[in-house]
Design a protein around this ligand. Structure first.
Ligand code: MG
Length: 455
Protein backbone atom coordinates (compact mmCIF):
# COMPACT_ATOMS: atom_id res chain seq x y z
CA UNK A 1 0.00 0.00 0.00
CA UNK A 2 1.10 3.53 -0.74
CA UNK A 3 2.10 5.29 2.50
CA UNK A 4 -0.51 7.98 3.21
CA UNK A 5 1.13 11.29 3.90
CA UNK A 6 -0.90 14.35 4.83
CA UNK A 7 -3.87 14.55 2.51
CA UNK A 8 -5.03 17.47 0.41
CA UNK A 9 -8.35 18.86 1.68
CA UNK A 10 -9.31 21.71 -0.59
CA UNK A 11 -7.51 20.64 -3.75
CA UNK A 12 -8.52 17.51 -5.68
CA UNK A 13 -6.77 15.64 -8.49
CA UNK A 14 -6.71 18.70 -10.75
CA UNK A 15 -6.82 21.83 -8.62
CA UNK A 16 -9.40 23.29 -6.23
CA UNK A 17 -12.97 23.26 -7.55
CA UNK A 18 -16.44 24.13 -6.38
CA UNK A 19 -19.70 25.85 -7.24
CA UNK A 20 -19.11 29.56 -7.79
CA UNK A 21 -20.70 31.70 -5.11
CA UNK A 22 -21.14 28.70 -2.80
CA UNK A 23 -17.99 26.63 -2.21
CA UNK A 24 -15.73 28.62 -4.52
CA UNK A 25 -15.90 32.31 -3.68
CA UNK A 26 -13.54 35.22 -4.44
CA UNK A 27 -12.45 35.41 -0.77
CA UNK A 28 -11.20 31.81 -0.96
CA UNK A 29 -9.46 32.44 -4.28
CA UNK A 30 -7.81 35.50 -2.70
CA UNK A 31 -6.40 33.23 0.03
CA UNK A 32 -5.13 30.71 -2.53
CA UNK A 33 -3.40 33.57 -4.36
CA UNK A 34 -1.90 34.99 -1.16
CA UNK A 35 -0.73 31.54 0.02
CA UNK A 36 0.79 30.69 -3.36
CA UNK A 37 2.45 34.14 -3.51
CA UNK A 38 3.85 33.58 -0.01
CA UNK A 39 5.48 30.35 -1.19
CA UNK A 40 6.70 31.31 -4.66
CA UNK A 41 7.95 34.88 -4.78
CA UNK A 42 8.56 36.53 -8.13
CA UNK A 43 6.70 36.91 -11.43
CA UNK A 44 3.49 34.92 -11.73
CA UNK A 45 1.45 34.50 -14.94
CA UNK A 46 -2.31 34.18 -14.52
CA UNK A 47 -5.27 33.47 -16.79
CA UNK A 48 -8.76 32.03 -16.92
CA UNK A 49 -11.22 30.05 -19.00
CA UNK A 50 -14.49 31.55 -20.29
CA UNK A 51 -16.73 30.97 -17.24
CA UNK A 52 -19.00 33.85 -16.19
CA UNK A 53 -17.52 33.81 -12.66
CA UNK A 54 -13.96 33.84 -14.05
CA UNK A 55 -13.27 37.55 -14.01
CA UNK A 56 -14.18 38.13 -10.35
CA UNK A 57 -12.16 35.04 -9.36
CA UNK A 58 -9.17 36.27 -11.37
CA UNK A 59 -9.33 39.69 -9.71
CA UNK A 60 -9.29 37.98 -6.30
CA UNK A 61 -6.39 35.74 -7.32
CA UNK A 62 -4.35 38.71 -8.54
CA UNK A 63 -5.12 40.66 -5.35
CA UNK A 64 -3.81 37.76 -3.25
CA UNK A 65 -0.66 37.36 -5.32
CA UNK A 66 0.13 41.09 -5.43
CA UNK A 67 -0.60 41.48 -1.75
CA UNK A 68 2.04 38.79 -1.12
CA UNK A 69 4.51 40.83 -3.18
CA UNK A 70 4.38 38.95 -6.50
CA UNK A 71 4.42 40.77 -9.82
CA UNK A 72 1.52 39.52 -11.91
CA UNK A 73 1.23 39.18 -15.69
CA UNK A 74 -2.40 38.74 -16.75
CA UNK A 75 -2.59 36.59 -19.90
CA UNK A 76 -6.37 36.92 -20.16
CA UNK A 77 -8.61 34.09 -21.41
CA UNK A 78 -6.57 31.13 -22.66
CA UNK A 79 -6.35 27.32 -22.49
CA UNK A 80 -4.64 25.83 -19.43
CA UNK A 81 -1.85 24.29 -21.57
CA UNK A 82 -1.22 27.72 -23.13
CA UNK A 83 -0.69 29.23 -19.67
CA UNK A 84 1.51 26.27 -18.68
CA UNK A 85 3.63 26.79 -21.79
CA UNK A 86 3.97 30.54 -21.12
CA UNK A 87 5.01 29.87 -17.50
CA UNK A 88 7.59 27.23 -18.41
CA UNK A 89 11.09 28.72 -18.23
CA UNK A 90 9.83 32.34 -18.18
CA UNK A 91 7.95 32.78 -14.89
CA UNK A 92 8.30 31.80 -11.25
CA UNK A 93 4.86 30.21 -11.34
CA UNK A 94 1.35 30.48 -12.67
CA UNK A 95 -2.28 30.15 -11.65
CA UNK A 96 -5.31 29.41 -13.80
CA UNK A 97 -8.94 30.10 -12.96
CA UNK A 98 -10.82 27.12 -14.42
CA UNK A 99 -13.14 24.26 -13.58
CA UNK A 100 -12.04 22.30 -16.66
CA UNK A 101 -14.86 19.93 -17.73
CA UNK A 102 -17.32 20.80 -14.93
CA UNK A 103 -20.69 22.48 -15.68
CA UNK A 104 -20.93 26.30 -15.99
CA UNK A 105 -21.77 26.92 -12.32
CA UNK A 106 -18.39 25.57 -11.20
CA UNK A 107 -15.05 27.31 -11.02
CA UNK A 108 -11.65 26.69 -9.46
CA UNK A 109 -7.92 27.25 -9.42
CA UNK A 110 -5.02 25.25 -10.82
CA UNK A 111 -1.60 26.18 -9.43
CA UNK A 112 1.37 25.88 -11.76
CA UNK A 113 5.07 25.61 -10.93
CA UNK A 114 7.93 27.39 -12.73
CA UNK A 115 8.53 24.32 -14.92
CA UNK A 116 4.93 24.47 -16.22
CA UNK A 117 3.65 21.41 -14.31
CA UNK A 118 0.85 21.48 -11.76
CA UNK A 119 2.00 21.82 -8.15
CA UNK A 120 2.83 18.45 -6.54
CA UNK A 121 0.71 17.05 -3.69
CA UNK A 122 3.23 17.71 -0.91
CA UNK A 123 3.45 21.42 -1.85
CA UNK A 124 -0.35 21.69 -2.24
CA UNK A 125 -0.60 20.40 1.36
CA UNK A 126 1.82 23.17 2.43
CA UNK A 127 -0.21 25.75 0.49
CA UNK A 128 -3.42 24.59 2.19
CA UNK A 129 -1.73 24.69 5.62
CA UNK A 130 -0.79 28.33 4.99
CA UNK A 131 -4.42 29.11 4.16
CA UNK A 132 -5.84 27.26 7.16
CA UNK A 133 -3.23 28.74 9.55
CA UNK A 134 -3.52 32.22 8.01
CA UNK A 135 0.27 32.14 7.44
CA UNK A 136 -0.04 34.61 4.57
CA UNK A 137 3.01 36.75 3.92
CA UNK A 138 1.13 39.98 3.15
CA UNK A 139 3.57 42.77 2.28
CA UNK A 140 3.80 46.42 3.45
CA UNK A 141 2.96 49.40 1.21
CA UNK A 142 6.33 49.57 -0.56
CA UNK A 143 6.50 45.87 -1.52
CA UNK A 144 3.08 45.28 -3.06
CA UNK A 145 3.40 43.56 -6.46
CA UNK A 146 2.75 45.21 -9.82
CA UNK A 147 0.46 44.02 -12.56
CA UNK A 148 0.63 44.16 -16.33
CA UNK A 149 -1.68 42.68 -18.92
CA UNK A 150 -0.15 40.75 -21.84
CA UNK A 151 -2.85 38.93 -23.85
CA UNK A 152 -0.41 38.54 -26.79
CA UNK A 153 1.64 35.93 -24.88
CA UNK A 154 -0.88 33.33 -26.12
CA UNK A 155 0.81 33.59 -29.55
CA UNK A 156 3.97 32.04 -28.10
CA UNK A 157 1.96 28.91 -27.36
CA UNK A 158 0.29 28.76 -30.79
CA UNK A 159 3.66 29.17 -32.51
CA UNK A 160 5.30 26.56 -30.25
CA UNK A 161 2.72 23.93 -31.25
CA UNK A 162 2.98 24.79 -34.95
CA UNK A 163 6.80 24.57 -34.88
CA UNK A 164 6.65 20.86 -33.93
CA UNK A 165 5.33 19.95 -37.38
CA UNK A 166 6.58 20.31 -40.97
CA UNK A 167 5.37 23.46 -42.70
CA UNK A 168 1.87 23.22 -44.24
CA UNK A 169 1.54 19.53 -43.24
CA UNK A 170 -2.26 19.90 -43.20
CA UNK A 171 -2.59 21.42 -46.68
CA UNK A 172 -5.74 20.17 -48.39
CA UNK A 173 -7.22 18.78 -45.17
CA UNK A 174 -10.58 20.04 -43.89
CA UNK A 175 -11.05 19.87 -40.10
CA UNK A 176 -14.02 20.85 -37.89
CA UNK A 177 -13.14 22.23 -34.44
CA UNK A 178 -15.57 22.36 -31.49
CA UNK A 179 -13.89 24.40 -28.73
CA UNK A 180 -17.16 24.24 -26.76
CA UNK A 181 -17.32 28.06 -26.34
CA UNK A 182 -14.13 27.74 -24.28
CA UNK A 183 -10.70 29.38 -24.50
CA UNK A 184 -9.48 27.25 -27.43
CA UNK A 185 -11.78 29.33 -29.70
CA UNK A 186 -8.72 31.50 -30.35
CA UNK A 187 -6.02 28.80 -30.38
CA UNK A 188 -6.94 25.43 -31.96
CA UNK A 189 -8.51 26.85 -35.18
CA UNK A 190 -5.47 29.13 -35.50
CA UNK A 191 -3.00 26.26 -34.96
CA UNK A 192 -4.71 24.10 -37.60
CA UNK A 193 -4.91 26.97 -40.11
CA UNK A 194 -1.19 27.63 -39.65
CA UNK A 195 -0.57 23.94 -40.41
CA UNK A 196 -2.33 24.49 -43.74
CA UNK A 197 -5.77 23.05 -42.86
CA UNK A 198 -9.10 24.52 -43.83
CA UNK A 199 -11.04 24.95 -40.59
CA UNK A 200 -14.75 25.10 -39.75
CA UNK A 201 -15.99 25.61 -36.19
CA UNK A 202 -18.93 24.60 -33.99
CA UNK A 203 -19.43 26.47 -30.69
CA UNK A 204 -16.56 28.69 -31.82
CA UNK A 205 -17.53 31.86 -29.94
CA UNK A 206 -16.39 32.21 -26.32
CA UNK A 207 -19.36 32.07 -23.94
CA UNK A 208 -19.15 31.11 -20.25
CA UNK A 209 -22.78 29.96 -20.23
CA UNK A 210 -21.82 27.20 -22.71
CA UNK A 211 -25.01 27.56 -24.78
CA UNK A 212 -24.11 24.88 -27.37
CA UNK A 213 -22.92 22.05 -25.13
CA UNK A 214 -21.51 21.37 -21.67
CA UNK A 215 -17.72 21.70 -21.11
CA UNK A 216 -17.34 17.90 -20.86
CA UNK A 217 -17.10 16.64 -24.46
CA UNK A 218 -19.45 13.64 -24.54
CA UNK A 219 -20.68 11.74 -27.65
CA UNK A 220 -24.18 13.23 -27.06
CA UNK A 221 -22.80 16.78 -26.75
CA UNK A 222 -20.83 16.45 -29.98
CA UNK A 223 -23.82 15.71 -32.25
CA UNK A 224 -23.46 19.10 -34.00
CA UNK A 225 -19.75 18.47 -34.56
CA UNK A 226 -20.47 15.02 -36.05
CA UNK A 227 -23.13 16.45 -38.36
CA UNK A 228 -20.85 19.18 -39.69
CA UNK A 229 -17.99 16.69 -40.21
CA UNK A 230 -20.31 14.52 -42.30
CA UNK A 231 -21.97 17.32 -44.29
CA UNK A 232 -18.69 19.13 -45.01
CA UNK A 233 -16.68 16.01 -45.86
CA UNK A 234 -14.02 16.87 -43.24
CA UNK A 235 -11.16 14.47 -42.40
CA UNK A 236 -12.08 14.60 -38.70
CA UNK A 237 -13.65 16.69 -35.97
CA UNK A 238 -11.95 17.67 -32.72
CA UNK A 239 -13.52 18.91 -29.48
CA UNK A 240 -12.06 20.19 -26.23
CA UNK A 241 -13.09 20.22 -22.60
CA UNK A 242 -13.63 23.56 -20.81
CA UNK A 243 -9.94 24.47 -20.51
CA UNK A 244 -8.68 22.62 -23.61
CA UNK A 245 -6.09 20.41 -21.97
CA UNK A 246 -8.03 17.48 -23.44
CA UNK A 247 -9.02 16.75 -27.04
CA UNK A 248 -11.48 14.13 -28.30
CA UNK A 249 -12.24 13.22 -31.89
CA UNK A 250 -14.96 12.16 -34.29
CA UNK A 251 -13.85 10.33 -37.43
CA UNK A 252 -14.70 11.30 -41.03
CA UNK A 253 -17.98 9.35 -40.73
CA UNK A 254 -19.00 11.39 -37.69
CA UNK A 255 -18.40 8.54 -35.22
CA UNK A 256 -17.01 9.35 -31.77
CA UNK A 257 -13.54 7.90 -31.24
CA UNK A 258 -13.37 6.38 -27.74
CA UNK A 259 -10.52 8.09 -25.89
CA UNK A 260 -8.41 4.97 -25.28
CA UNK A 261 -8.59 4.31 -29.02
CA UNK A 262 -7.55 7.92 -29.69
CA UNK A 263 -4.60 7.40 -27.31
CA UNK A 264 -3.71 4.13 -29.09
CA UNK A 265 -3.74 5.75 -32.55
CA UNK A 266 -1.23 8.34 -31.33
CA UNK A 267 0.86 5.68 -29.51
CA UNK A 268 1.02 3.63 -32.71
CA UNK A 269 2.19 6.64 -34.74
CA UNK A 270 4.83 7.82 -32.25
CA UNK A 271 6.14 4.30 -31.47
CA UNK A 272 6.70 3.69 -35.17
CA UNK A 273 8.92 6.79 -35.25
CA UNK A 274 10.96 6.21 -32.07
CA UNK A 275 11.41 3.62 -29.35
CA UNK A 276 11.06 4.30 -25.64
CA UNK A 277 8.63 4.47 -22.73
CA UNK A 278 4.91 5.37 -22.71
CA UNK A 279 3.60 6.57 -19.32
CA UNK A 280 -0.05 6.18 -18.34
CA UNK A 281 -2.22 5.54 -15.25
CA UNK A 282 -3.27 2.03 -14.19
CA UNK A 283 -6.84 2.86 -15.30
CA UNK A 284 -5.93 3.06 -18.99
CA UNK A 285 -6.95 0.34 -21.45
CA UNK A 286 -4.62 -2.59 -22.06
CA UNK A 287 -4.85 -1.51 -25.69
CA UNK A 288 -2.07 1.03 -25.08
CA UNK A 289 0.38 -1.60 -23.81
CA UNK A 290 -0.58 -4.00 -26.62
CA UNK A 291 0.18 -1.39 -29.31
CA UNK A 292 3.33 -0.10 -27.57
CA UNK A 293 4.77 -3.62 -27.17
CA UNK A 294 3.92 -4.52 -30.76
CA UNK A 295 5.95 -1.49 -31.88
CA UNK A 296 8.91 -2.31 -29.59
CA UNK A 297 8.12 0.17 -26.78
CA UNK A 298 7.30 -0.31 -23.10
CA UNK A 299 4.71 1.11 -20.67
CA UNK A 300 5.23 2.53 -17.17
CA UNK A 301 2.07 2.79 -15.04
CA UNK A 302 1.26 5.50 -12.49
CA UNK A 303 -1.51 6.47 -10.09
CA UNK A 304 -4.63 7.94 -11.68
CA UNK A 305 -4.22 11.68 -12.38
CA UNK A 306 -2.45 13.57 -15.15
CA UNK A 307 -0.05 15.19 -12.70
CA UNK A 308 1.36 11.76 -11.73
CA UNK A 309 1.80 10.89 -15.40
CA UNK A 310 3.53 14.20 -16.12
CA UNK A 311 5.81 14.01 -13.08
CA UNK A 312 6.74 10.36 -13.76
CA UNK A 313 7.60 11.25 -17.36
CA UNK A 314 9.73 14.14 -16.12
CA UNK A 315 11.61 12.04 -13.55
CA UNK A 316 12.19 9.11 -15.95
CA UNK A 317 13.67 11.54 -18.42
CA UNK A 318 15.91 13.01 -15.70
CA UNK A 319 17.17 9.45 -15.06
CA UNK A 320 18.29 9.37 -18.69
CA UNK A 321 15.43 7.17 -19.93
CA UNK A 322 13.79 7.80 -23.29
CA UNK A 323 10.18 8.82 -22.66
CA UNK A 324 8.31 9.34 -25.90
CA UNK A 325 4.74 9.94 -24.86
CA UNK A 326 2.23 9.84 -22.03
CA UNK A 327 -1.41 10.39 -21.26
CA UNK A 328 -4.72 9.23 -19.90
CA UNK A 329 -7.61 7.39 -21.55
CA UNK A 330 -9.76 10.55 -21.44
CA UNK A 331 -8.22 12.54 -24.30
CA UNK A 332 -5.55 14.13 -22.07
CA UNK A 333 -2.28 13.50 -23.88
CA UNK A 334 1.23 14.70 -22.95
CA UNK A 335 3.93 15.29 -25.56
CA UNK A 336 7.25 15.52 -23.68
CA UNK A 337 9.14 17.28 -26.50
CA UNK A 338 6.59 20.10 -26.15
CA UNK A 339 5.74 20.31 -22.45
CA UNK A 340 5.00 18.06 -19.46
CA UNK A 341 1.26 18.62 -19.29
CA UNK A 342 -1.86 17.58 -21.19
CA UNK A 343 -2.36 19.70 -24.28
CA UNK A 344 -5.54 19.63 -26.39
CA UNK A 345 -4.25 21.98 -29.11
CA UNK A 346 -1.10 19.91 -29.53
CA UNK A 347 -3.23 16.74 -29.68
CA UNK A 348 -5.39 18.23 -32.48
CA UNK A 349 -2.24 19.17 -34.42
CA UNK A 350 -0.82 15.67 -33.91
CA UNK A 351 -3.96 14.14 -35.47
CA UNK A 352 -3.42 16.31 -38.57
CA UNK A 353 0.17 15.04 -38.72
CA UNK A 354 -0.89 11.38 -38.29
CA UNK A 355 -3.51 11.54 -41.07
CA UNK A 356 -1.19 13.53 -43.36
CA UNK A 357 1.63 11.00 -43.00
CA UNK A 358 -0.37 7.93 -44.08
CA UNK A 359 -3.07 6.91 -46.51
CA UNK A 360 -5.59 5.67 -43.96
CA UNK A 361 -8.65 7.53 -42.76
CA UNK A 362 -9.23 7.99 -39.03
CA UNK A 363 -12.06 5.40 -39.03
CA UNK A 364 -9.67 2.88 -40.64
CA UNK A 365 -6.89 3.55 -38.10
CA UNK A 366 -9.40 3.05 -35.26
CA UNK A 367 -11.03 0.02 -36.93
CA UNK A 368 -7.73 -1.87 -37.11
CA UNK A 369 -7.06 -1.59 -33.35
CA UNK A 370 -7.54 -4.77 -31.26
CA UNK A 371 -11.01 -4.87 -29.66
CA UNK A 372 -11.25 -4.43 -25.90
CA UNK A 373 -14.33 -4.41 -23.67
CA UNK A 374 -14.38 -2.02 -20.71
CA UNK A 375 -16.99 -1.75 -17.94
CA UNK A 376 -16.95 1.17 -15.48
CA UNK A 377 -19.00 1.61 -12.34
CA UNK A 378 -18.91 3.31 -8.95
CA UNK A 379 -20.12 2.38 -5.46
CA UNK A 380 -20.68 4.73 -2.53
CA UNK A 381 -18.42 3.99 0.44
CA UNK A 382 -18.14 6.12 3.58
CA UNK A 383 -14.40 5.39 3.98
CA UNK A 384 -13.24 4.14 0.57
CA UNK A 385 -9.67 3.44 1.75
CA UNK A 386 -10.93 1.00 4.44
CA UNK A 387 -12.99 -0.90 1.87
CA UNK A 388 -10.05 -1.12 -0.56
CA UNK A 389 -7.89 -2.56 2.24
CA UNK A 390 -10.50 -5.27 2.92
CA UNK A 391 -10.76 -6.07 -0.78
CA UNK A 392 -6.98 -6.46 -1.00
CA UNK A 393 -7.37 -9.25 1.54
CA UNK A 394 -10.29 -10.84 -0.37
CA UNK A 395 -8.16 -11.05 -3.54
CA UNK A 396 -4.96 -12.15 -1.79
CA UNK A 397 -4.67 -15.29 -3.97
CA UNK A 398 -4.80 -13.27 -7.23
CA UNK A 399 -2.09 -11.33 -9.03
CA UNK A 400 -2.67 -7.93 -7.40
CA UNK A 401 -0.72 -4.72 -7.63
CA UNK A 402 -1.16 -1.56 -5.58
CA UNK A 403 -0.10 1.46 -7.64
CA UNK A 404 -3.55 3.02 -7.06
CA UNK A 405 -6.17 1.01 -5.13
CA UNK A 406 -5.93 -2.62 -6.22
CA UNK A 407 -5.50 -3.91 -9.75
CA UNK A 408 -6.24 -7.59 -10.23
CA UNK A 409 -4.91 -9.27 -13.38
CA UNK A 410 -6.11 -12.60 -14.82
CA UNK A 411 -4.48 -13.23 -18.24
CA UNK A 412 -6.10 -10.75 -20.65
CA UNK A 413 -8.73 -9.57 -18.13
CA UNK A 414 -8.06 -7.01 -15.39
CA UNK A 415 -10.03 -5.10 -12.79
CA UNK A 416 -9.17 -1.90 -10.92
CA UNK A 417 -10.84 -0.82 -7.68
CA UNK A 418 -9.74 2.55 -6.36
CA UNK A 419 -10.92 5.32 -4.05
CA UNK A 420 -12.18 8.48 -5.75
CA UNK A 421 -9.88 11.46 -5.19
CA UNK A 422 -12.80 13.82 -4.60
CA UNK A 423 -15.89 11.94 -3.41
CA UNK A 424 -16.76 9.21 -0.82
CA UNK A 425 -16.96 6.43 -3.39
CA UNK A 426 -14.91 3.73 -5.05
CA UNK A 427 -14.50 3.45 -8.81
CA UNK A 428 -14.44 0.09 -10.56
CA UNK A 429 -13.04 -0.60 -14.04
CA UNK A 430 -12.95 -4.03 -15.66
CA UNK A 431 -11.47 -4.74 -19.07
CA UNK A 432 -10.96 -7.80 -21.23
CA UNK A 433 -10.46 -8.77 -24.86
CA UNK A 434 -13.61 -10.89 -24.44
CA UNK A 435 -17.00 -9.35 -23.55
CA UNK A 436 -18.22 -12.42 -21.61
CA UNK A 437 -15.03 -12.55 -19.53
CA UNK A 438 -15.34 -8.82 -18.80
CA UNK A 439 -18.95 -9.21 -17.64
CA UNK A 440 -18.37 -12.28 -15.48
CA UNK A 441 -15.30 -10.72 -13.78
CA UNK A 442 -17.24 -7.48 -13.23
CA UNK A 443 -20.07 -9.39 -11.50
CA UNK A 444 -17.56 -11.30 -9.36
CA UNK A 445 -15.94 -8.00 -8.25
CA UNK A 446 -19.31 -6.37 -7.50
CA UNK A 447 -20.38 -9.40 -5.40
CA UNK A 448 -17.19 -9.26 -3.34
CA UNK A 449 -17.51 -5.47 -2.95
CA UNK A 450 -21.10 -5.74 -1.68
CA UNK A 451 -20.09 -8.52 0.77
CA UNK A 452 -17.45 -6.18 2.21
CA UNK A 453 -19.57 -3.05 2.45
CA UNK A 454 -20.46 -2.17 6.07
CA UNK A 455 -24.06 -3.10 6.90
MG1 MG B 1 -9.40 20.07 -18.51
Amino acid sequence: MRPETQKKQLFGTNGARGIAGKDMVPALVFQIGAAFGSMRKGRIAVGRDTRTSGNSMLLALKAGLRGAGCDVVDCGVLPTPALQYIVKDNFDGGAMITASHNPPEYNGVKVIEADGTEMADEDIVKLEQRMFNRALDVQPWDRVGHEVSDPALINQYVMAVVRHFPSQIGRGMLVVVDPGSGPACTTTPEILKMLGCQVLTVNGTMDGRFPGRMPEPTPEGLAALSQLVISSGASFGVAHDGDADRAVFVDEKGNYVEENQEFAVVVQHLCQQQKGIIVTPVSTSQLIEAIARREGCSVTYTRVGSIYVARTMHSLEKEGKKVIFGGEGNGGLIFPGHQFCRDGGMTAAMMVSILASGNEKLSELVGRLPKRHMIKDRVRAAIPEKLIEKLGHAFRDDLVEHTDGIKISRSSTWGLIRASGTEPLIRIIVESDDRVHAESFFHELMDIISQNLPR
